[in-house]
Design a protein around this ligand. Structure first.
Ligand code: ADP
Ligand code: MG
Length: 738
């Protein structure tokens, strides 16, 4: 639960939005940001609730260190550390209508204990439990020795796990459990009499008993300091319980079914204040009112439209309308364009660039790698054939013709400029930059994006992202950006056939691949790591390459690409593959970004069980770009865990990046989503962006309504909100507002 850093990481999201800062100013801002972060770390120790947990009765230095690992450093943190389950100490007949596959949590009595040896000489521990009516066997195949003395007939056991069946009997394999003991009464008998007990997520070194005692002490001593933190109008609107009561109930309620409802309140708080920040950011510092007002002259754009070899999809047209509306208004555009791999974002961007050009402005497109910049340059120049527009490309390092390109940019001769982050170098200045597009925006650092944005006064800004994220997440990560979505692939695109295969059957896969190669197609093989790691015994790209080039497909040219290579080396290999000279590319995940080789029809992902969903989806997006039927083989190496299995199944079921992203969010949680680490996705303590989308919508509406009506929170009815907001969020706000 790394929640204390949540706001700190969220800083980076916003700095990209194009305030035009003087040279050097940005660095100062970043420094100030760091200072503010440090200040944020120093908490307000005069506040009783903010006191270090080590001062709590029964804690001390050592336990405080352990608690810190769980994200608990103050009294309040402990009080906000919610149980993950509740135990009912009474025998409950929840086994009555039990079915195989049910996930249960219940209390039962141990009726017998049995240890036996398996054929392989290992011990198996079976513990029979019964709720008085129905019996069930809990089995452990591998367990600490201590378990054998822990379980005794007659003891009460709380169990949680999935019900399976074995030999006609209900069984739970390796259930989670807690022995229910008589409390020793050291809290003045508090827990002793309780029927329902909280179960906390713990790190090693703690017991539930100890944790319960600490929580009890914290509330006994500090509950009086707990204050409300939501405006009365909102509490009334949703019928939320008072904060102090809600917190107490989370730990001490005798009706655990209340918890879900209570949690909504805490999720709301968190989302409401995030959205307050975004609302204020947007209203006070959002896209500038004095941006460029382009005029839709329909000169160059119409020409391009007429000469395109395909018709735009409905989604592309709709997005174009959104972009043009923004660009033709006086307000500076600040928009995120999300579209799945291959959905055709580049051509949409090109129309926007032409709108800028036909108005006498320059347009820039920044890509994260030279390969991608080259690719854009080639696509764009070929699409613009006959339009007499000057397109140039700017890369890093020194090369022939670079100074001419720079002059063209400065002099205004270059109308469309495509480049890498070399575009951001200090000696590059545009004559009249009116539009900037950042491709694969999450690949750029905060500072880089901010630099591009400040190169001219208020150019319209478009960020492209091929990592589709659910709307709920977009609203939190890019809370002040407008979001456009291309949710449709060009009709010519054939869905990639996706197959999960066991590594034991790799020869069958290779036989299929052979056919594709013989038909002249190309193949990607991706593995997770470059070097062999003993621990994970992953297939190592180098070894695999040897196998592919010498044994599996010696008759086809193959190449190895990995992240440790020099950029020039990588480019050379990639270019050969693009040109069709190399037929098989064995690679680590470095190829995942936007590379376009329409002739490649097979993607093999080795150790697919180790990849995240979004990443597999990106990889699969490398094929299926041409007219041929393409294949994606996901090779699993045993054993495959439950979540990994679900990921693989999802891949075979859908090609829709948004569906995949939702599933990813559900399986992994937002912080781990591919590509979002860099974008500074805030981690929430209480809110769950999948579960709480409805709350997020409400919180966003409420926050924006309040701020639109009263940006500085000057109205009397907002006085309390202002106080709370200032107390808790001003520092964080300073980080994002400038
Ligand atoms: P993205 O950047 O969104 O992954 P691209 O812009 O690279 O996708 O487009 C992928 C391919 O699809 C390109 O070859 C492009 O020319 C083509 N394309 C784009 N729009 C369409 C369309 N409406 N119909 C057919 N092909 C299209
Ligand atoms: Mg692209």
């Amino acid at each position: 639960m790394p929640h204390k850093t949540s706001w700190q990481t969220s800083v980076s999201i916003v700095i990209c939005c194009g305030r035009d800062l003087e040279n050097g100013e940005i660095d100062k801002k970043l420094k100030a940001t760091n200072l503010a972060l440090m200040a944020e770390n120093k908490r307000d120790h005069t506040n009783a609730l903010e006191q270090s947990i080590k001062f709590l009765k029964g804690v001390g230095e050592n336990r405080a260190r352990l608690l810190q690992k769980m994200g608990i450093s103050t009294m309040l943190d402990l009080m906000e550390y919610f149980p993950r389950a509740y135990i009912n100490r009474k025998l409950n007949p929840s086994l009555f209508d039990v079915q195989v596959g049910d996930i249960l949590a219940f209390t039962a009595m141990i009726s017998w204990v049995d240890v036996r040896s398996s054929a392989k000489g290992k011990s198996i521990l079976n513990v029979g439990v019964s709720d008085g009516k129905v019996a069930l066997v809990c089995s452990w195949f591998s367990y600490p020795h201590a378990y054998e003395v822990l379980f005794k007939p007659g003891r009460l056991l709380w169990l949680s796990g999935a019900v399976s069946e074995f030999n006609g009997q209900y069984q739970m394999l390796h259930p989670e459990f807690e022995l229910i003991e008589e409390e020793d009464g050291s809290d003045g008998d508090f827990w002793k009499e309780r029927e329902v007990l909280p179960v906390y997520p713990l790190t090693a070194g703690f017991t539930q008993k100890l944790m319960r005692r600490m929580v009890y002490n914290a509330f006994a001593l500090y509950a009086k300091h707990l204050e409300e933190n939501l405006p009365e109008a909102i509490i009334d609107k949703y019928g939320f319980p008072e904060r102090k009561i809600a917190l107490q109930k989370m730990h001490f309620s005798q009706k655990p079914e209340e918890a879900a409802q209570l949690k909504r309140r805490f999720a709301y708080e968190e989302l409401f204040y995030t959205q307050m920040m975004w609302a204020r950011h947007k209203v006070l510092h959002g896209a500038k009112a004095n941006g460029i007002t382009f005029e839709n002259k329909k000169e160059l754009t119409t020409k391009l439209y007429k000469q395109l070899p395909f018709t735009l999809t409905g989604a592309q047209k709709a997005v174009l309308r959104e972009l043009f509306d923004d660009m033709c208004s006086a307000k500076q555009m600040s928009r995120l364009l999300q579209g799945d791999v291959g959905s055709g974002k580049t051509v949409v961007t090109l129309f926007a660039m032409l709108l800028a050009v036909e108005n006498g402005y320059q347009a820039a497109l920044m890509a994260p790698t030279e390969i991608l910049a080259d690719q854009h340059y080639n696509t764009i120049t070929s699409m613009l054939k006959g339009l007499e527009i000057s397109v140039c490309i700017l890369k890093g390092g020194n090369y022939k013709g670079k100074s001419q390109t720079k002059d063209d940019i400065t002099g205004g001769k270059a109308q469309i400029v495509i480049g890498t982050h070399a575009l951001l170098q200090k000696d590059i200045s545009f004559a009249r930059l009116g539009f900037v597009c950042v491709d694969e925006q999450h690949r750029f650092g905060v500072e880089q994006r901010a630099r591009l944005a400040r190169m001219a006064l208020c150019p319209d800004l478009l960020y492209l992202s091929a990592t589709p994220i659910p709307r709920s997440l977009a609203m939190t990560v890019y809370g002040d950006l407008e979001v456009s979505i291309i949710n449709e692939l060009p009709p010519s695109r054939k869905p990639v056939q996706t197959l999960v295969r066991s590594s034991a059957k790799i020869e069958l896969v290779y036989a299929q691949v052979q056919k594709e190669l013989e038909a002249g197609r190309q193949v990607y093989i991706v593995c997770p790591l470059v070097e062999e790691s003993e621990k994970l015994s992953l297939l190592d790209a180098t070894k695999l390459f040897e196998h592919i080039s010498r044994k599996a497909f010696p008759q086809f040219s193959s190449a190895l690409l990995h992240g440790r290579m020099k950029a020039t080396e990588k480019d050379e290999i990639m270019n050969k593959f693009k040109a069709g000279e190399t037929k098989i590319l064995v690679s680590t995940t470095v190829i995942e970004v936007g590379v376009d080789v329409p002739n490649a029809s097979v993607m093999i992902v080795e150790h697919a069980e180790r990849f995240g969903l979004a990443q597999m989806h990106q990889l699969r997006g490398r094929v299926g770009r041409g007219s041929a039927q393409s294949y994606c083989y996901l090779i699993e190496h045993q054993p495959v865990g439950k979540i990994a299995r679900e990921r693989l199944a999802t891949m075979t079921k859908t090609m829709d990046g948004f569906v995949i992203a939702e599933k990813d969010l559900e399986l992994r949680g937002p912080g781990e989503l591919f590509g979002l680490e860099q974008s500074g996705m805030p981690m929430f303590r209480f809110a769950n962006l999948m579960r709480d989308q409805d709350i997020l919508n409400l919180a966003r509406q409420d926050a924006f309504a309040i701020v639109n009506d009263d940006p500085h929170l000057m109205k009397p009815e907002n006085a309390l909100l202002k106080k709370l907001y200032q107390h808790q969020y001003t520092r964080q706000e300073e980080l994002i507002l400038y």
